[in-house]
Ligand binder design. Structure first.
Ligand code: AMP
Length: 378
């Protein structure tokens, strides 16, 4: 069996790697001939509107999927007329635009921060809806905190608009959240559902740095997980979605507000390669090819550390017990995701100690992570 993947970054690479043990071959498609997934699987390199090469991608495949949501919608639609595209172009269309995304979420009863589109002729109208402070974001093509900023005053709001226009913009109420969390869900072709546990995410400069995964231990975490999986169930069933989806949320007390949906495998699920019985990558491949889903049960306590911009001393990392290094084969550049490390352990205390060790080896100091770790030693 063969699948085609639009996008040839690290997510495509890990999807291709997860497909091989199932006897499924992946072919990737990326405008860049150097896309890192090309190191592990066949890569077609052409612009996204090159129909001849898109037709080659579709040839002999059971379906096409995508590893990032900024694939042009026309490309997904063109392919969908010829071969199943999973998740559907409709999901892509909704979740590549922050306004459509939030309107859709509200329409299925999933709460979000207050939001409003910014009308360039009357920007104050958006301010009236969301208040101050607020966050202004480009509706499309924003990622890792790019294309957005926080305004505390009217003046800052107007300065931000000048910086971000002429792009279409959305304003959102600024949420003073307790923490950022995400939950990944997957729906198979036959409608089977599975949900990974709640993940606590720590960002710096808008980029995910560390994810921490615990088996649900407190009634609050359990209640949050139930709420999140209820939101995901509505989303997956309304869209008849097939594949993995990620829902990023802000936790405020016992409430969850949806921030973003990724219609694909997600950085906050990388820990699942070692930390779950079936990784998000394998379950995505299983779902889109019509196979039964695998168990999402946890293998103990996990954490993931992203390697951004530069690589740590590799040997020091590899000496840490239970540290699993994944490098994406990309050359270092500021802000670029070069790899990640997953820590897996049988107890929370052991995981926390190993995570501290890993952060030190990588020269990463994140106060919010250190505060979240148990102080007990192994
Ligand atoms: P996003 O690109 O929407 O995921 O935003 C990147 C990061 O900016 C998030 O992970 C949050 O840390 C922060 N952020 C985004 N939207 C808001 C908001 N409405 N209120 C507070 N912080 C936000």
């Amino acid at each position: 069996m063969k699948i085609g993947i639009l996008g040839g970054g690290q997510l495509g690479r890990m999807l291709a790697l997860a497909a091989y043990p199932l006897g499924i071959q992946a072919e990737l498609y990326d405008p860049s001939p150097d896309a890192c997934a090309g190191q592990v699987a066949s890569l077609l390199s052409a612009p996204y509107d090159d129909h001849a090469t898109l037709a080659r991608l579709a040839e002999g495949k059971v379906c096409i999927t995508y590893e990032f949501e900024n694939v042009p919608i026309e490309t997904a639609r063109w392919l969908a007329e010829r071969i199943p595209v999973r998740p559907t172009p409709r999901a892509l269309e909704l979740f590549q635009d922050r306004l459509y995304e939030k309107q859709f979420l509200n329409s299925i009863g999933v709460p979000t921060p207050a939001f409003a589109p910014v009308d360039p002729h009357c920007p104050e109208a958006a301010l009236e809806v969301v208040g101050l402070p607020c966050v202004v974001k480009t509706r499309r093509f924003g990622y890792d905190g790019k294309g957005q900023g926080v305004a505390r005053t009217r003046e800052e709001f107007h300065t931000l608009l000048q910086q971000l226009q002429p792009h279409a913009l959305i304003a959102e109420a600024f949420v003073a959240f307790d923490r950022e969390v995400s939950v990944l869900g997957v729906r198979s072709l036959s409608g089977e559902l599975a949900f990974y546990p709640l993940v606590e995410n720590h960002h710096r400069e808008g980029i995910l740095r560390v994810s921490i995964v615990n088996p649900p231990e407190t009634p609050t975490d359990d209640a949050l997980w139930r709420t999140a999986t209820d939101y995901l169930t509505r989303l997956l069933q309304t869209l008849e979605y097939v594949g993995v989806v990620a829902l990023e949320m802000f936790q405020v007390g016992t409430q969850l507000l949806a921030n973003e949906v990724a219609p694909r495998v997600h950085n906050s699920g990388h820990w699942s390669i070692e930390g779950a019985e079936t990784s998000q990558f394998e379950n995505h491949v299983r779902a889109i090819t019509g196979l039964p889903l695998g168990s999402v049960a946890l293998r103990g306590y996990s954490a993931m550390v992203n390697l951004i911009g530069e690589l740590p001393p590799i040997e020091a990392v590899l000496r840490i017990p239970n540290a699993h290094l994944h490098l994406y084969g990309k050359s270092p550049r500021p802000g670029r995701k070069l790899g990640h490390i997953t820590i897996r352990a049988d107890t929370r205390a052991e995981r926390d100690a190993l995570l501290r060790q890993t952060l030190e080896a990588c020269g990463i100091r994140l106060e919010s992570v250190l505060a979240a770790l148990s102080t007990s030693s192994v």
